[in-house]
Design a protein around this ligand. Structure first.
Ligand SMILES: C[S@@+](CC[C@H](N)C(=O)[O-])C[C@H]1O[C@@H](n2cnc3c(N)ncnc32)[C@H](O)[C@@H]1O
Length: 264
């Protein structure tokens, strides 16, 4: 798959999941977004850019921290995400949400104090180039905070493995597996100072298995589900349910937050 086909495919999946993203009664992106904004240390009056803003689980807490004397700009390539987040932020006049590419944000040099990227960097064809672009749009001394995944719950890993056995073999690495190794993150940040990586274990509770199934369709794992032939989906779901514990149950996901400062 070419880089542009890869991008279109990611955007298509998130467009189709946008309506249900973090809306099925499971807390996953909400605590992750809060952890990222807290680590970024967004202060009152800050000018914030959030790339790959999705449904605003980073953008909205950042906008709250910046307050009306600041600005919070969210960009995403999935138009459905942009429309829903713009409507959720309509009561916050210092927030703008528009269609834009996290790989190449189109803003003047030095226009932000903080750039945030929640769970998006691994989807970009060249994270190195994206980080260079974030440094350009940050003022000298401005702060970058982005999140990736650390260890996933072994139950979740088993579910993914089970589902993958119903889909055609994947080409290359799964995006979510990129940057599992912290060394692969620090290697990208040579031009930055004060690099810090913290880990946050997020608990997500599932009241029953059908909620778990709905949740899988509501975010990036949808890409895998869409690869499974429709005629085998029920079988795949039953096989996935067979590796789940009795409901209610929790999954624990490690979020990795990287913060760095743009060198003056
Ligand atoms: C896993 S979601 C994360 C959303 C949000 N940051 C959060 O933490 O909930 C990834 C988001 O990145 C967006 N995305 C993927 N590639 C992108 C790109 N090149 N430019 C802008 N957005 C992109 C998707 O449309 C999706 O909304």
């Amino acid at each position: 798959m070419s880089a542009s086909e890869g991008k279109a495919s990611v955007i298509g999946v998130f467009g189709r999941s946008a309506a249900d993203y973090e809306q099925v009664g499971v807390e996953f992106f909400t605590p992750m977004g809060r952890a990222l904004v807290e680590r970024a240390g967004v202060g009152e009056g800050a000018r914030v850019l959030d790339v790959g803003c999705g449904r605003g689980h980073v953008l909205l807490p950042a906008a709250e921290a910046a307050g009306p004397s600041g600005t919070a700009v969210g960009i995403d390539l999935a138009e459905e995400m942009v429309a829903l987040t713009a409507s959720a932020a309509a009561h916050l006049p210092w927030v703008t949400v528009s269609v834009g590419d996290a790989a190449a944000p189109d803003f003047p040099d030095g226009s932000f104090d903080t750039v945030l990227a929640g769970l998006v960097i691994f989807f970009l064809p060249s994270p190195e180039d994206a980080l260079t672009a974030y440094r350009r749009v940050l003022r000298p001394g401005g702060r970058l905070a982005f999140s990736t995944f650390g260890a996933q719950d072994p139950v979740f890993e088993s579910v993914v493995k089970t589902l993958a056995s119903f889909a055609p073999p994947a080409e290359g690495e799964r995006p979510l597996d990129r940057f599992r190794d912290p060394a692969s993150i620090t290697g990208l940040l040579a031009g930055w100072s004060g690099v810090e990586i913290t880990e946050h274990v997020i608990e997500s509770r599932f009241s029953d298995r059908s909620v778990f199934w709905e949740w899988l369709w509501s975010h990036g794992i949808r890409a895998l589900l869409e690869q499974i032939p429709g005629s085998r989906l029920d079988e795949a779901r039953d096989a996935a349910f067979a590796v789940l514990p009795e409901a209610p149950f929790s999954l624990h996901t490690t979020l990795r937050v990287t913060t760095a400062t743009a060198r003056a």
